[in-house]
Write a protein that binds this ligand. Structure first.
Ligand SMILES: Cc1ncc(C[n+]2csc(CCOP(=O)(O)OP(=O)(O)O)c2C)c(N)n1
Ligand SMILES: [Mg+2]
Length: 624
């Protein structure tokens, strides 16, 4: 078939499917894009020619910012448990480099997205073209090379003939649970428009089987021995549990053996929050319950977790525990010198279920009954503590989150909550009571300000059956609120709760604790002193949201918020609920986080912070 490279690309993408457990779905649901001279005549023309409407094989969505469109693709793919995603087409130059942050976010969170940045002429006949970076050492370098370290697969299509093998490699990485992340095919603008004779076979429907690798028998035997020799095991459930759709298996395994479960941000909701073995959030933003268990456990069973510093409290949390790591990615399984079980989480739990406690002659294995009973007591106290934190007459942030949580848990569909950066993720991790595993969608791998609205749009595209509530701080809103306009354009309804505390509550607190005097963390006018300590900014974010096409409601107290949320959830159009919460001290952190403090300073508060830092630093153990 004689087609341009871009036409062949679009035709190919519209015929790719993923399959897991016998269920097939489109692998590339659609194409988000912003056009410029680097893609309008190539990918843009190809999309237009194939028919890019909502009912076409590869629908096109106009976004407002290239970083945001990658966030939208991530929100979609994550809510689809990584079985489907979006392509993102950009022009060359700034359009392409705007995607770097989104790509890093996708790769760090292990979420598949397909990026199609335009690139400068392969022939170089017109070089340097508008927006081309010239590297005096080599004409082979373009700004798109910044996407290499943040992509799990990167290729530049300098000849049409290179496209088929690059596409096959790209689809393989997108659908490989161990390798997935951002996949980038850089497309020189002349090659996009160049015609070539393609074999028809390239455009046949192709199904990509998403594997569930089973554990190796010897590794399974070692894992069983590790579990059976433990008395005080603790499961740390990460995002891998949810992506593998193994929450039921996790519950069954924990119950059968009396093992308490702590959850990371990505794993939150894996176990019902009111389960007697649910110790809640673990780590720096963890609960007293989970962290107490973590300090005393003799075996940590990490399931689908990357063990970030928030989970390990910068390697201060897990006492003398050994590690057993169940992960589809060998890279993660090998962390902390653990016993490794490289497998899909569901398959691993299935295999362990058949093997643990079945050693001939041995009684069915369970954790020390006192340990399980203690976990149940702590879980009970945790539920009371969470209920206390969320109650109150003043609209503090914990109360606000409690009101939103109740509103979602009252919905028949359970809703989804989306958040990423600021002071809310910590409060959400500790306090949120997920109605089900799909409800909690907090991006905390990259914790990227600006993910919230754009990511929420993607979540809603994946889950039109659910109400999607985006929680966004004023700082994050000011970085990237423009996708409200895209939601309005698409008739995709979001509820955005805009939490305006006039600056960076999170970094303000952190700044004070490290002796940095809260510099640059409150939004104030430049005052007479020359510092940013003047009056409040005359910035009205509620009016801003209305100007983007959203309906806007304002809430001043818990009852007002309940009423506004009820209205917003019942509405058909995107609605922003604007709230200025009452400032309140958050609960004290139950575990440390390593943020190095200045070793020398003239400021007394910095010296005091350094003393505290050095004391805590002594607890840090490498685990290996
Ligand atoms: C893109 C990006 N830049 C900087 C940071 C560092 N950072 C983390 S939270 C935060 C402030 C967030 O402010 P806001 O959204 O208002 O939330 P609040 O802390 O007030 O709850 C900053 C600057 C980040 N996470 N992401
Ligand atoms: Mg703020």
């Amino acid at each position: 078939m004689r087609l341009t490279t871009a036409q062949a690309l679009v035709r190919f993408l519209s015929r790719q499917w993923s399959e897991r457990d016998g269920v097939e779905r489109r692998l590339i649901e659609g194409c988000l894009g912003i056009f410029g001279h680097g893609n309008v005549a190539g990918v843009g023309q190809a999309l237009a020619e194939q028919g890019a409407g909502a009912r076409s094989a590869l629908p096109y969505y106009l976004a407002r910012n290239e970083q945001a469109m990658v966030h939208t693709a991530v929100g979609y793919a994550r809510a689809a448990n990584r079985l489907s995603t979006f392509a993102c087409t950009s022009s060359i130059g700034p359009g392409a480099t705007n995607m770097v942050t989104g790509a890093a976010l996708a790769t760090i969170n292990r979420i598949p997205v397909l990026l199609l940045p335009g690139d400068v002429f392969a022939t170089r006949v017109s070089a340097p073209v508008l927006q081309e970076l010239e590297d005096p050492r080599s004409y082979d370098v373009t700004v798109n090379d910044t996407l290499r370290p943040v992509s799990r697969f990167f290729d530049r299509i300098n000849r049409p003939e290179q496209l088929p093998s690059a596409l096959l490699a790209a689809m393989r990485v997108l659908t490989d649970p161990a390798e997935t992340g951002a996949v980038t095919l850089a497309l020189p603008q002349d090659v996009q428009a160049e015609a070539y004779d393609w074999p028809e076979a390239l455009f046949r429907d192709r199904v990509w089987h998403v594997p569930r690798p089973v554990p190796e028998p010897a590794a399974l035997a070692r894992a069983v021995r590790a579990i059976e020799s433990a008395r005080r095991p603790l499961i740390v459930a990460g995002g891998g549990v949810k992506y593998s759709e193994a929450c039921e298996e996790l519950r069954h395994f924990a119950e059968k053996h009396g093992i308490p479960v702590g959850e990371t941000q990505a794993g939150k909701g894996a176990l019902p929050y009111d389960h007697p073995l649910a110790a809640g959030a673990v780590g720096h933003t963890g609960t007293a319950a989970a962290n107490a268990l973590a300090r005393e456990a003799d075996l940590v069973i990490g399931i689908g977790t990357r063990y970030t510093d928030f989970t390990t409290a910068s390697r201060t949390l897990f006492g003398g525990a050994r590690f057993l790591n169940i992960n589809v990615a060998a890279f993660d399984a090998a962390k902390h010198a653990g016993e490794t079980l490289v497998a899909d989480v569901k398959e691993a739990l299935f295999a362990l279920d058949a093997a643990v406690g079945r050693t001939v002659g041995a009684p069915a294995w369970r954790a020390d009954p006192e340990w399980s009973a203690r976990a149940a007591r702590l879980a009970g106290e945790l539920r009371e503590e969470i209920a206390r934190a969320a109650s109150g007459r003043e609209l503090t942030q914990p109360v606000l989150l409690g009101v939103v949580n109740d509103a979602l848990n009252d919905l028949p569909d359970g809703g989804v909550v989306v958040n990423a950066a600021g002071s809310m993720p910590g409060d959400l991790h500790r306090l949120w009571r997920p109605g089900d595993p799909d409800q909690y969608q907090v991006e905390y791998g990259y914790s990227c300000m600006g993910y919230e609205v754009a990511g929420g749009l993607g979540v809603k595209l994946a889950r039109p059956d659910r109400e999607v509530v985006v929680l966004v701080g004023d700082g994050s809103y000011l970085m990237m609120a423009q996708e409200i306009a895209t939601a309005v354009q698409e008739g995709v309804k979001l509820v955005v709760v805009l939490v305006d505390n006039h600056g960076f509550a999170s970094i303000g607190g952190l700044s004070e604790s490290v002796g940095a005097r809260r510099l640059g963390t409150a939004y104030r006018l430049r005052g007479d002193s020359g510092e940013l300590d003047g009056g409040p900014l005359p910035v009205d974010l509620a009016v801003n949201a209305a100007s983007l096409g959203a309906d806007v409601l304002t809430a001043r107290d818990p009852d007002g918020l309940r009423a506004a949320l009820a209205k917003a959830l019942a509405a058909r159009t995107t609605t922003v609920v604007y709230v200025e919460p009452v400032p309140a001290e958050g609960p004290p952190a139950q575990a440390w986080w390593d943020v190095p403090v200045a070793e020398v300073s003239r400021l007394p508060e910095t010296r005091a912070a350094r003393e505290r830092y050095e004391e805590r630093k002594r607890d840090q153990r490498p685990y290996l």
